[in-house]
Design a binder for this molecule. Structure first.
Ligand SMILES: Nc1ncnc2c1ncn2[C@@H]1O[C@H](COP(=O)(O)OP(=O)(O)OP(=O)(O)O)[C@@H](O)[C@H]1O
Length: 332
């Protein structure tokens, strides 16, 4: 069955003009930021930031409190003007081309934009009415577990229901790019999974997502790429696996008979690896553990006819990397 999220083929503009400049179906990246600077008085909130988000990808923007995430996202949404640098959203200038972008991007507002007395279902239908080809609101209410809340006024919704309604409103217009600001903050485990599944479906349908989050597992689960920023600068970027492994001193541990002669193993491994018997019968190889290093160690075991047991590669978590880079907890 075709997903109700799927974007229709873009129709050419009726007047033959090219309002988006980059054109419907263009290959312009979802987001491209070069050398972004934003100052508030003496404070440089964003300090030469570069960022790329390709079509159909999820990019997680991580950083401690005050790192410059919201400032960056607001500039992308057209709510702020850079002091220097260039920002392109779907190939367009978010301020000058705001009118053309409004229907092509989705913004998840934290509690904002709501009429407290309006019912959840009515609010979602109102958001849908702004779009020429909205996603079926009833499908979204079902998918986000909001059917029972559809007739409840916004002010009586639980925090988690308001959060999911904000997500539904952000995507009901079938945006090409959606900005999600901590979309699962405060949600219980079941609701969080519903939101994660929906974000996965958005990606599968070619929607690009810029996700700000303080949740390490959320970033690792959902993101194709991560950017960690601190004091307005990028301190790490890449896939979750790249960010957690780059330059990392991982460890390989195994158990084997005590007192083995390690000279041959040391000579097989490249310079810089440290091999030691940390406890009688427990061996440690410290350095970047690549597949080749793992093969070298097991090859050495085979050569000396030793069966290594409890062989374990210990990698650093995203939280460890984050702490190393920013000196602060991911949660801020
Ligand atoms: N309108 C403003 N006027 C003055 N300073 C501001 C303004 N908006 C943000 N700042 C400052 O800019 C810096 C970056 O703030 P920003 O909200 O972008 O960080 P953040 O990474 O989103 O933080 P958080 O995780 O707490 O939301 C902070 O020091 C903040 O106090």
């Amino acid at each position: 069955m075709k997903s109700p999220l799927g974007r229709p083929a873009a129709a050419p503009p009726a007047d033959g003009s090219d309002p988006a400049r980059s054109g419907p179906g263009s290959e312009a990246p979802a987001l491209q930021i070069r050398g972004l600077v934003k100052r508030y008085g003496d404070l440089t909130a964003v300090d030469g930031l570069d960022l790329d988000l390709q079509r159909g990808q999820v990019l997680a923007l991580l950083g401690p409190n005050g790192a410059g995430k919201t400032t960056t996202v607001e500039i992308c949404e057209g709510f702020g003007v850079p002091d220097a640098g260039e920002v392109r959203v779907l190939g367009l200038d978010p301020v000058a081309d705001n009118d053309h972008l409004r229907t092509r991007i989705g913004v998840m507002l934290q509690g904002g934009g709501a009429y407290p007395g309006a019912r959840a279902g009515e609010m979602l239908r109102l958001c849908a009415a702004y779009s020429a080809n909205p996603i079926d609101p009833d499908w979204l209410l079902r998918t986000l577990g909001l059917v029972d809340a559809a007739r409840t006024s916004y002010r009586r919704l639980s925090g988690g229901q308001q959060q999911r309604l904000a997500l539904a409103c952000a995507i009901v217009g079938r945006p090409e790019l959606v900005f999600l600001d901590e979309p699962t903050a405060g949600l219980d485990a079941a609701a969080r999974i519903l939101v994660w599944e929906l974000i996965d479906r958005l990606r599968a349908d070619g929607v690009s997502v810029l996700l700000t989050t303080h949740l390490m597992d959320e970033a690792e689960q959902l993101a194709d790429d991560l950017i960690i920023i601190d004091k307005g600068r990028v301190v790490a970027h890449g896939t979750p696996a790249e960010v957690t492994s780059r330059g990392a001193e991982n460890e390989l541990r195994f158990r084997a008979p005590r007192g083995l002669d390690l000279t041959l193993l040391v000579s097989i491994l490249a310079e810089g690896y440290r091999v030691s018997e940390v406890n009688p019968g427990t061996y440690l190889v410290a350095g970047e553990v690549t597949p080749q290093v793992l093969a070298a160690v097991t090859g050495w075991c085979a050569k000396i006819n030793v069966l290594a047991t409890d062989l374990r590669v210990e990698t650093r978590s995203l939280e460890d990397v984050f702490l190393d880079l920013t000196g602060r907890e991911l949660r801020g």
